[in-house]
Write a protein that binds this ligand. Structure first.
Ligand SMILES: NC(=O)c1ccc[n+]([C@@H]2O[C@H](COP(=O)([O-])OP(=O)(O)OC[C@H]3O[C@@H](n4cnc5c(N)ncnc54)[C@H](O)[C@@H]3O)[C@@H](O)[C@H]2O)c1
Length: 320
């Protein structure tokens, strides 16, 4: 039975990844420090290690277990927190990943590492979307700088140590179990507000676009990245894949679709645009289609309906 370690497997995306690999016959272990993840997200059939990715115990586990795959999703995910404290962000997101890569190197195992990067904020505001993997990157936050730094390290580990790693650059992931503080938090936040019949706050004109991609589609992308043959390693972007729909959707459109799903109307409140917020961001997923055979399968209206139904059931999971 092939074996996978999912770091961050008690979190939003990681728990869907763990579920999918279990369903496809993998033996699944999870590492999570439960800093934002929840025990109830953990699949019952997964082995669980409550440890941090910067710890010696984590490195020891990776060295001892010699997993076939590590899907690395554990991390500090809040862009604003990374601005407030870049040291904490880099400690978890860069040094935690180096702890993993060094443990894999020391183990001598042929572990494939799937790193969850960002297509949402990696490219910055200087390109005309849809962003292609090879476009110039001018990240505007310490969070995105950390993701790009890790991608350079992965290229180095491929070039110098022949380690097997791949980066999946997600758009704005939404769906059941979503954390309101992540990159696509607006779906969770608006759902919570609609459920408690409160106004939706729109920052700026509401026309800013994001590439909203359903969590089930994203988990399938991790599966394909973990199991498919990949291009030659060793260069930045060579083994990076945008995972998004290729379409930008405005915040106003998300507000409209969620209200249609809920069959209710709540007032919209406009607030000043937030400094540093990108106006347009969506990715070209053509490379994932060609090389991984990945295409998004869940249309936005359907994905939002599934998500809203989940938030309605688990009202406590929705944000204020
Ligand atoms: N949600 C998105 O739209 C999006 C977009 C692009 C990239 N990503 C990336 O995908 C990954 C998963 O994000 P998510 O949205 O599921 O967030 P999440 O917060 O739900 O999941 C992250 C998990 O990592 C755990 N964690 C945090 N720090 C840890 C540490 N030091 N040691 C061990 N575990 C730790 C948390 O407890 C949590 O369970 C992250 O790396 C994130 O940067 C997410």
């Amino acid at each position: 039975m092939p074996r996978i370690l999912v770091t961050g497997g008690a979190g939003f995306i990681g728990s869907h990844v763990a579920d999918l690999f279990l369903a496809r016959g993998f033996d699944v272990s999870v590492v999570d420090d439960l800093s934002s993840g929840k025990r109830e997200n953990l699949p019952s059939k997964a082995r669980f290690h409550e440890i941090g990715v910067n710890s010696k115990e984590f490195a020891q586990l990776v060295r001892d277990e010699r997993f076939d795959v590590v899907a690395h999703l554990a991390g500090q995910i809040d862009v604003r927190k990374s601005v407030a404290d870049p040291v904490v962000d880099a400690t978890i997101n860069i040094l935690g990943t180096l702890n993993l890569m060094e443990a894999v190197r020391q183990s001598g195992a042929k572990t494939r590492v799937v790193f969850t990067s960002t297509g949402g904020v990696l490219y910055g505001d200087f390109n005309k979307p849809p962003n292609v993997e090879t476009y110039p990157k001018d990240p505007e936050s310490p969070y995105a700088i950390a993701k790009l730094s890790v991608e350079y390290y992965l290229a180095y580990y491929g070039r110098v140590h022949q380690q097997d790693a791949v980066a999946v650059r997600f758009g704005n992931v939404y769906g059941p179990r979503q954390d309101p503080h992540g990159e696509a938090g607006v779906v969770a936040i608006f759902s919570g507000r609609i459920l408690s019949n409160r106004p939706l706050t729109i920052f700026g004109d509401g026309l800013q676009t994001r590439d909203y991609v359903y969590v089930g589609d994203v988990a399938r992308a991790v599966w394909l990245a973990a199991t498919k043959p990949l291009p030659e390693k060793g260069r930045l972007d060579a083994r990076a894949f945008n995972i998004g729909t290729g379409e930008g959707t405005s915040v106003l459109e998300i507000a409209k679709l969620l209200q249609a799903t809920a069959r209710t109307v709540v007032p919209l409140e406009f607030a000043p645009r937030r400094p540093g917020e990108q106006q347009e961001s969506f990715v070209d997923p053509g490379k994932a289609r060609e090389i991984l055979g990945w295409v998004p399968e869940i249309a936005l209206a359907d994905g939002l309906a599934k998500s809203f139904a989940w938030f309605a059931r688990e009202n406590s999971g929705a944000a204020t």
